[in-house]
Design a protein around this ligand. Structure first.
Ligand SMILES: [Zn+2]
Length: 289
């Protein structure tokens, strides 16, 4: 029974991934994500349901449109695959529970903002806001459940933790952006340049919203009430390491140094979500030495 449930939920994840592909393409263009149904970008033929099965159709159709034989980007099955894998990981961690809903929502948003950021170097402002509202709503719900049982401490209520995380995520990142922007400003004036490859900001406001969202959802358990604060710090300082790996690759292949930052913040969020405790232990050992 368990295996059937796990397989079914993984496939459900792939279907959500397919929907995320639609959102990634249409949301930045201000198009409806409901209608019309999927169609081929090249020949505009509507895609039949049996040619629109997540991951499998791409394999059966050998990555080409059935009608015009135009290549379909490998990115579509890739997004479906990572969504499916992440949903399976969450199912194995939480089983069917409110946490499963909460983090499936967060991870879907992470995938969406990452790919939109890769395409546009910006994301629709309401996406992280939606994530924050949804996360807070779940925290209120979980807090009410705890209040019913009575066995709780006010400081450890989910909504208190989420609130602290939200404020810290916003505040810390905004402060960093504020001083970072001043630093870049001074650098540009000294070098008498207009921008660094067209960029004049240290962090975008999208990054600030994103870190507020991280604070709502994440909290390293052993740090108790400061769990969300620790999580925000870990994500913030871990992301540059992921970005560094890309920069080295970009240097080798002589691509632009301008990097969308949200994919790295998303990767760091995933790492802190799954291995937050281990990373915290590792960091505190480094500090103590
Ligand atoms: Zn076609």
């Amino acid at each position: 029974m368990f295996i059937i449930e796990a397989i079914a939920f993984t496939f459900f994840g792939a279907c959500i991934g397919s929907f995320l592909n639609v959102c990634i393409f249409r949301l930045p263009r201000n198009q409806s994500i409901i209608t019309p149904g999927s169609f081929c970008r090249n020949c505009k033929t509507p895609i039949k349901w049996h040619d629109n099965i997540p991951m499998f159709s791409y394999i059966f159709l050998k990555g080409r449109c059935r009608n015009c034989k135009e290549r379909i980007s490998i990115r579509y099955p890739f997004v479906e695959l990572i969504t499916a894998v992440l949903f399976l990981a969450l199912y194995l961690k939480f089983g069917f529970s409110i946490e499963l809903v909460k983090y499936c929502f967060l991870f879907s948003l992470l995938i969406m903002v990452s790919f939109i950021d890769i395409d546009y170097h910006a994301i629709p402002a309401h996406l992280c806001f939606l994530g924050i509202v949804f996360g807070l709503a779940i925290s209120v719900f979980s807090s009410l459940e705890l209040l019913k049982t009575g066995g709780f401490e006010p400081k450890t209520l989910p909504i208190v933790r989420s609130g602290i995380g939200l404020l810290f995520g916003f505040g810390f990142t905004y402060m960093f952006k504020f001083f970072g922007d001043i630093g870049i400003d001074i650098y540009l004036k000294l070098r008498k340049k207009e921008s660094i490859e067209g960029e004049t900001e240290s962090l975008g406001l999208g990054d600030v919203d994103f870190m507020g969202m991280v604070g709502v959802y994440l909290g390293v358990p052993s740090a108790l009430v400061w769990g969300p604060v620790v999580s925000v710090l870990l994500v913030f300082f871990l992301a540059p390491f992921f970005a560094m790996v890309y920069s080295v690759i970009a240097l080798i292949f002589k691509k632009s140094h301008l990097i969308p930052y949200l994919p790295y913040l998303s990767l760091a969020t995933l790492a802190v979500f799954f291995w937050g405790e281990e990373i915290l232990k590792f960091v505190s050992r480094l500090i103590l030495i």
